[in-house]
Ligand binder design. Structure first.
Ligand code: 9WN
Length: 438
């Protein structure tokens, strides 16, 4: 007997399986991105995870963000990893004994009781906090959720806007490829070439215990990541001196979206939010002035140390579609670029590739040098809707749901075939599929 295809049943079972992934990766106070490859709490992962978790348990979603924020440093930075003390040191590299946050980070106000990394990740948190609040405003008000997280999120944005304006043009810079979250993007190749790699024998890559070497960054990349992080640590995590400083479009677009979210949070708490919206507008102007390329119809990274835009097309340069007050012609150009030959969205690719299909460095399997990721698809889907592009948004939403399902909630997929790459049962894939299901 053939069983008729029933979308409602399919959706229910996707919901159940996504929920199981998040349940299995929950540690009691937060969620690991993956049990094997990433056994601690990651910053922007937790924000995406909270956005999905709010549909399962608004309380757990609030807790996810609260746990992350309890590891915030005195200077306002939210560390990119909060280490779980019960996980063996050699399970992930770099481990707490590399970052030495509680000693090396003392001047920057690192917490004493919990070990963290010293770099940051993209500021998705205020956006996540607002969405989590809206999932159950009664619970949120009862627990004083927004009142407790608001000052921390405000301090986080203050850190990025003041300590990280390394280019002096009003945007935040990242000081390490891990900070932007797309670790081995070809955008970093030129600025990284100036960094003398740490010797390969000076560290052990635990990631290769779980991931295929041809899917992961190279040893040479790792040598440079380690050197940059070591220098930052040895300078007490003070900002301004490092050799690597880049203004990235996605990082700053997320800061803008999160400033608008903070304005809404401020209003919910009885303030006007006007100053925050104004700040988001100033950031939007700076983003357009410093990173927009009208000829190529997308945003590019700016190499603050080398000067000038980095001529590599990355999905990061499409993500500013999230910014609600983008000029109409800019938004339209971004949609054209996403659908054009470099990203081919809705044509030969179903989720947006992380890097230019026609770029010299394109590789459909190597991490952020071509594969498609679910968080960038979610951000683009939201951006498309923000600008009234509902048809491509609907198609992207369907692709996220189908590929999350068929890939076993893969970390990333081949952009052409949808073949699963990286680790399976990846938390933000499950969380964001869950969010788009609702
Ligand atoms: C380094 C956890 C993180 C993501 C990043 C992704 C990857 C880490 C690594 O995994 O980075 O932070 O070890 O490769 O690139 O975006 O947050 O999922």
């Amino acid at each position: 007997r053939t069983i008729a295809y029933d979308p409602a049943t399919e959706a229910r079972s996707l919901h159940v399986r996504a929920a199981r992934v998040l349940e299995a990766n929950w540690t009691g106070a937060s969620t690991v991105p993956s049990r094997g490859l990433y056994p601690h709490q990651w910053s922007w992962d937790s924000a995406f995870i909270a956005i999905g978790l709010r549909h399962l348990s608004p309380l757990r979603a609030q807790t996810e963000l609260e746990t992350l924020l309890s590891a915030q440093w005195g200077d306002g930075r939210i560390p990119h990893i909060v280490f779980n003390p019960s996980v063996p040191l050699d399970a992930y590299f770099p481990s707490p004994d590399f970052w030495r946050s509680s000693t090396a980070g003392r001047a920057a106000g690192a917490p004493r009781t919990v070990q963290t990394s010293g770099i940051v990740q993209p500021p998705v948190h205020a956006l996540a906090a607002w969405l989590v609040h809206r999932a159950d405003p009664g619970l949120s008000r009862g627990r004083g959720f927004l009142a407790r997280v608001y000052p921390k999120l405000a301090a986080w944005h203050r850190y990025l806007l003041h300590r990280r304006d390394l280019g002096g043009g009003g945007l935040a810079s990242v000081v390490h490829p891990w900070e932007q979250g797309m670790d081995n993007s070809p955008c970093w190749d030129a600025p990284l070439a100036r960094v003398v790699p740490a010797p390969a024998r000076s560290f052990r890559r635990a990631d290769l215990d779980h991931g295929a070497p041809e899917d992961r960054p190279t040893d040479l990349d790792y040598g440079r990541y380690v050197r940059l992080a070591m220098d930052y640590r040895d300078g007490g995590y003070a900002d301004g001196a490092g050799r690597f400083a880049v203004e990235d479009p996605a990082f700053n677009a997320l800061l803008i979206a999160s400033e608008h979210a903070l304005a809404r949070i401020a209003r919910e708490l009885g303030a006007t939010g006007t100053a925050r919206h104004a700040r988001a507008e100033r950031l939007t102007t700076a983003l357009l002035d410093r990173l927009w390329d009208p000829e190529r119809g997308m945003f590019f990274c700016r190499d603050v140390r080398g000067g000038g835009l980095i001529p590599e097309r990355s999905v990061s340069g499409l993500i500013p579609l999230l910014v609600p007050t983008l000029p109409r012609d800019t938004a339209e150009a971004l949609v054209r670029t996403a659908r054009g030959p470099h990203f081919s969205l809705g044509d030969t690719t179903r989720l947006v590739p992380s890097y230019d299909l026609l770029g010299e460095a394109f590789d459909p399997h190597r991490y952020w040098r071509g594969p498609a990721w679910f968080n960038t698809a979610w951000l683009l889907e939201r951006g498309l809707r923000t600008h009234g592009e509902h048809r491509p948004a609907d198609a992207l939403r369907r692709s996220v749901l189908e590929l999350a399902d068929s890939s076993g909630f893969a970390e990333y997929v081949d952009p052409y075939t949808g073949e699963a790459c990286g680790t399976a049962d990846f938390s933000w894939t499950a969380a964001l599929a869950l969010d788009l299901l609702h």
